[in-house]
Write a protein that binds this ligand. Structure first.
Ligand code: SAM
Length: 246
């Protein structure tokens, strides 16, 4: 499958975010496991099974935005029985580099391609993907609405938008525990495991600032998507939002 590109002017630096992911790239997978006590794997599995990429017929084309180390893309390739073609896109070369390394050792790695781009302004032709996925990426994008409307633009009619993101905890006691975990433990873990407290502090704060489940649904609808719904996971620590381009 060939993906179509269009020309865009080079984007401005996203300064802080790029610095963070450049710093964490090498330890990214390990830190994810530590920070979420491994649960991020289950959430990612849940997203890909809800997406249910087809296993026959025309190849299932998917764009995994902010795809970093290729976690979602590889799951889609496996889940489709090798039928999917996934473009892993990320603004950060260091993260893509880790993804390429991983793909090289995975039997489905050849279903993936990698491209550096900004979610706010995709160098891609419209209406070419069956799905657009973004996992733990969208809260890092400064202009959320631009990212959503670009997602809408590159999807085929009938295409699916899916976003996995930290969200608002909806269970009272879990709320307190989560608060302690994220504000006290995660920056400390960042220091111990990756020698970088500030980057992990940023991650925690960016979760705080992100719109809650209902508000985010509204933003997705405003970008033109239909049948917008969400599912909470682990009491709302994470949520998956889904919508269709009709
Ligand atoms: N999807 C992977 C996962 O779930 O493990 C990686 C998520 S990682 C927390 C967030 C990613 O978003 C980083 O790789 C970062 O480089 C990327 N990112 C941040 N801003 C971006 C932007 N404007 N456009 C595309 N990717 C961006």
């Amino acid at each position: 499958t060939h993906f179509g590109f269009r020309d865009v002017a080079p984007d401005e630096k996203q300064g802080l975010v790029n610095g963070v992911f450049r710093n964490v790239a090498g330890n990214y997978d390990l830190m994810n496991d530590f920070m979420s006590v491994g649960v991020h794997r289950l959430w990612k599995d849940a997203m890909v099974s809800w997406l249910a990429p087809r296993k026959s017929g025309a190849p299932f084309t998917s764009l995994d935005m902010a795809g970093g180390t290729g976690d979602i893309a590889l799951r889609i390739a496996h889940r489709s029985g090798g039928h999917a073609r996934v473009m892993v896109a990320d603004i950060n070369d260091a993260m893509l580099g880790e993804g390429k390394k991983r793909a090289a050792t995975d039997p489905m790695g050849d279903r993936l391609s990698f491209a550096c781009m900004n979610a706010e302004k995709l160098p891609l032709e419209p209406r070419q993907f069956d799905a657009y996925t973004i996992a733990f990426g969208i809260r890092n994008v400064p202009d959320l609405d631009a990212a959503l409307s670009e997602a809408h633009r590159v999807l085929k009619p009938g295409g699916r938008f899916m976003c996995l993101e930290f969200s608002q905890v909806v269970v009272p006691i879990l709320d307190d525990i989560y608060e302690r975990w994220s504000f006290d433990v995660i920056p400390w873990l960042g220091q111990m495991v990756a020698g970088d407290r500030d980057s992990y502090q940023y991650l925690v704060e960016s979760i705080r600032k992100f719109p809650d489940q209902k508000a985010f649904e509204g933003r997705i609808r405003d970008a033109g998507f239909s049948r917008v719904t969400h599912r909470n996971f682990t009491g709302g620590i994470a949520a998956i939002h889904s919508g269709y381009k009709i």
